[in-house]
Design a binder for this molecule. Sequence first.
Ligand code: SF4
Length: 80
Amino acid sequence: MDSEEREVAGVTVRIDRLLCVGFETCIEVAPDLFELDDEGIAVFCADTNGTPHEDVLGSCKSCPVDALEVHDTSGRKLVP
Ligand code: SF4
């Protein structure tokens, strides 16, 4: 699949798997939110309920290629 989307900590997070190059900086910031699959591309961890809001934003902002988008409940883009 080219992208994956999930509600986490009150926001919508979208992984653009075509942009991701597996740098893992998102995983360093939020190891309970993202992991790499066997292709070396980011996916959501199985259970992302424990990730705090600030870690979601910090992790997504850390992506060097803007593969992680965050929108709030009204559809406003928070990241990148
Ligand atoms: S930081 Fe960006 S490029 Fe790196 S693994 Fe995460 S989504 Fe992929």
